[in-house]
Design a protein around this ligand. Sequence first.
Ligand code: NDP
Ligand code: GDR
Length: 342
Amino acid sequence: MNETRPKRALITGITGQDGSYLAELLLSKGYEVHGIIRRSSSFNTARIDHIYQDPHEANHRLFLHFGDLTDGSRLVTLLAEIQPDEVYNLAAQSHVRVSFDEPEYTGDTTGLGTIRLLEAIRQAGVECRYYQASSSEMFGATPPPQNELTPFWPRSPYGVAKVYSYWITRNYREAYGLFACNGILFNHESPRRGGTFVTRKITRAVARIAAGQQSELFMGNLDARRDWGYAPEYVEAMWRMLQHDEPQDFVIATGTDYSVRDFLELSFQHAGLDWEKYVRFDERYLRPTEVDALVGDASKARDMLGWVPQVLTPRLAEIMVDADIEALKVEGGSYVDKVLTR
Ligand code: NDP
Ligand code: GDR
């Protein structure tokens, strides 16, 4: 790295939940941050608008570039142009249920997108450290607790695509000596979580029901158990992985598990409501193959990175419910619809 300039990071998926928190973290550490965004007919940058800087201003450190993980030649051009010190690959079709509807597209983005990016790094001759957003969904049907040595048994096109990305990342580490890490992250949530993931779907509904704007909430399998942590803490772990002496793979999780039913109860209770009065079943939210239980053992990250989660699921539910109630008050609902859920 050139010592006279700030460290330079490239983030794919910067407009998503994690990308937005990671961009904030890296900017706060003095990095120059480059993000790849997709061209869309309507704006898709709501999560990063608050940190966007006018490119005409002197000393701005956030740069956005149009690109797509399905467009390999564009990735080569961007890598050659940007010459990042660190690359965080967070872009993906990240919804498990949707991956059953769009398996081929999910494979193309969430799986092959990774090899396109790794090849772009190699072809552009960039010397950088690489972070791959791997997932607890790779463990799928293998019973908990899951750690770095647990065998994979993915249960969705999404999970299978992430297994491909995990192994191709390891292969580039072994074959070409790339400093490449897999962060195997368990579910992590926040007020910026997309509105169709289960936690946010629940906390938005709680806010609307409390405000008298909604009377029913349709849900799928309430028995699934997940290890839900707080997204801002998880992006800190990503950064720590790339600062470590050696490239390694790490599980990031809280080590606790709750069912979807528990999350419903925690969220509704926080607003003084009884969830059973409002929740109805709809089979469209079931998956052809479900992942019953994910509970991570993150002792390696604790011992080697000093990473310890502070916010556990009950507090997370409160944070998210409070944020959704506040958002409804501030903007009468349009803020929730147009900004936070995107
Ligand atoms: P989001 O769904 O919130 O964000 C996904 C991001 O990827 C968005 O910025 C999206 O852009 C972008 N994207 C999607 N397809 C493409 C494409 N073809 N080319 C370029 N960009 C694309 O995900 P999260 O922030 O929650 O997760 C970040 C990563 O971590 C994902 O890879 C996810 O699979 C993985 N992961 C997430 C976990 C979680 O609990 N959140 C746990 C473990 C892994 P746009 O805004 O335009 O749609
Ligand atoms: P997940 O998250 O599949 O774990 O993937 P999601 O919140 O979608 O589902 C969690 C569990 O809740 C059950 N569920 C419902 N899910 C949704 N979305 N909507 C419902 O109405 C509903 N009812 C019950 C699901 O069946 C499931 O068991 C997330 C994503 O962020 C991935 O990208 C990431 O890799 C993993 O977490 C770790």
